[in-house]
Structures are given as structure tokens and as C-alpha cells.
Design a protein around this ligand. Sequence first.
Ligand SMILES: [Zn+2]
Ligand SMILES: [Zn+2]
Length: 396
Amino acid sequence: MKDEVWKIAQEIKPEITEIRRQIHMNPELGFEEKETSELVVKKLKELGIELKANVAKYGVIALIKGEAGEGPTIGIRADMDALALQEENDVPYKSKIDGKMHACGHDAHTAILIGVAKILVKLKGKIKGNVKLFFQPAEEGLGGAKPMVEAGALKNPDVSAVIALHVDTDTQVGTIQVKDGSLTASADEFWIDIVGKGGHAAYPHETKDSIFIGSHLVNTIQTIASRNTDPVYPVVVTVGTFHAGSAFNIIPETARLTGTIRALLPKVRDETHEHLQRIVKGTEEMFDVKISLGIKRGYAPGINDAGLNIILKDAANELIGTENVIEAEYPGMGAEDFFDFSDNYRLPVTMFWLGSGNKEKGIIAPGHNPKFDIDEDALPIGSSILALTAIKYLNK
Ligand SMILES: [Zn+2]
Ligand SMILES: [Zn+2]
């Protein structure tokens, strides 16, 4: 099976490269992926695949039925949205839209998944069960995965595992990085409003200085990571904005802080919320002021299933050689909404890093950078690993 998958992947390379470039030239932001979604639908219809479009705005769900007998259903996910960024690459497929760019490689993810469809359609006579393809909108902060799940993406037929990849320019093309367990962090937003008592800068004793109290909070918040959390469990609390004051000789009445909370474990995430609440409450008492705290839960921590990874590594070892399948040592504190496809950790899911950098060719810019690009040799590798993993999962 491995040889057949690899052969088809290489045959379709020019076409999926073309698709990637077309999407790259026409980037669309989250929940605006109309043309990208139409292109996906067109390509899937050419293959005669059953599909549902406009799920959670521009999401597409396709179903490929294996013809070698009954079996489970595995999902494979790609995201389609671009970033609000001006591209600085001088390439023939440079973004045609000012201020928008595929700087996270979701153009590649979409093209790779169309490649997976092409491979699986050719081999469906040898596949048991089904493969569902999820083309999701709005990964970059807006959370397009959840509404797709809520719209029933994981049902009818019921999906029992979901896999995905993310391009990574830190990883050399031809290799991949796989990791069991923690891969990405949760990303929650918080805001703190302090209402003190304003007054003359020369008479601090008659005021309740919201800047001083805010500064105290900025410092104290750092004790969550340094003194409240077991150091072996990473957590980040970053204050990103601090707004207060209007003049050099006035003590301002109010101040507002906003920030983000990142954690790798659901338990640490919840405890961090509690610690933050306690610190805010304590500060309120200590300075006799009103402080309100709001927390908006964003993406959940990403946890890869070790059992699924065994199948994934097996497929990747066969396709690119064991020496090119690297076990990633550490997770990162970035976040990914792919993990919403686990339906709150009910289903095993896994995401791997697809090597797409190339030091010799100078393709080294990281994601979200105006010079971000990928080595397109990664495209057929991505398609073949996802396709073979799905086949192995279904035929096991
Ligand atoms: Zn991104
Ligand atoms: Zn991304």
C-alpha cells in the first residue's frame, strides 16, 4: 500500500502545488474563506466525492467511503484561513491582496488535504470504513473548529479519531516531528478593570492610585507561575496591555489590564483561573478598591493520543524512513483549535509537524512572519502520510 500511496502523491504533486499557489495568491481571513471553500468544493466534486459545504460559514465536510468492507470512520482536518499581514516574499505566487497573507501555511494544509482526497479516491477499493475530510474556517483566533463540531461534523457516520498536520519551517523538509501527549497550550484572554479614586498627583493619600494598584497586580500575577504552580507544568500569564492616566500630574481613577493565560494541562489552566481570581479579590481587599476580572476561555490545550501516534509513525516510517521521523521533545505554548475536534477529549486526535523549511534554499522564516514560505516538496509528503495513516487506522 505504501508504494501506491507514495506513487500517487508524487503524480499529483504538480496539481496540489498549483492549488496551494492559487490559494496563496488569494488569501482570505477567518470566516471569509468563500473563494477558498468554493475551490475546495470544485476540486472534490471533480473526484465525485460526497460533500456538505457552508458548514460553520465556509467549512466543507467530505465523505470518502471505502469499498473493502465495513470499518470505522477517521477524520482528517485542514484549516483554510489567512492572516492580516503584508507579504514580503518576492515569489511568482505572492499574495495578490494587500494586507492579507497565508503566513501560517493554511494554504498548504488545504492543498495537502485535497491531495489526500485524490489518493484515497484512487485507493477506495482497498479501504474499509470511511474517511471524513474537514476543511475548517477561521483557525487564527476565531475558533472555526468548534462550530463545525457543533454542526454535527463528527456524526453520521460517527468519527472515532481525527488527525491533522501543521507545516513547520523549523523542521527540515523531508522530515516530520511527532509528539505524544502535550503539544500545544490553551489560550484564554483576560481583562482586569480597576476603579480606584482619582485626584491630584501631589496628594496621593487622598486617592486610590489605580496605576500603583495595577502595577502591584502585574507583579503579583507572576507568582501564579513562580510560586503557585508545580514548576514541571508550564503556564504563562502575560499582561499585554495596561491603560491608565491622562496627565503627568493626575492620579487616574481607573486602569485596565488585558492579557493571556497559556497552559498545557486542563487542570493547570483551571487552577490558573482560580489563582487569578484570588489575586484580584485579595488586591481589592488590600487597597479597598473595586476590581473586576473577566476571563474568556479560548482554545483548549492540545493533547496528542499516543495510540494514534503509533499508527502515524508506522505510516511515516514506511514513507520517509525512520531516520526522518523525529520525536519532538517539547510542546509549545502556542494554541491550535484542531483539538476541538477531540470533542472535549472524547476522541483520540493527533497533529504532527510537517517539515517544510529548507536551510539551503533559505526557507527559514517562522509562521506569522511576512517572509514566511514553505518548501513545496513538503506537500506530497504531507498528503501521503495523512492518507496512509488513515488507511492503516481503518484497515487495522
Ligand atoms: Zn497561525
Ligand atoms: Zn496555523
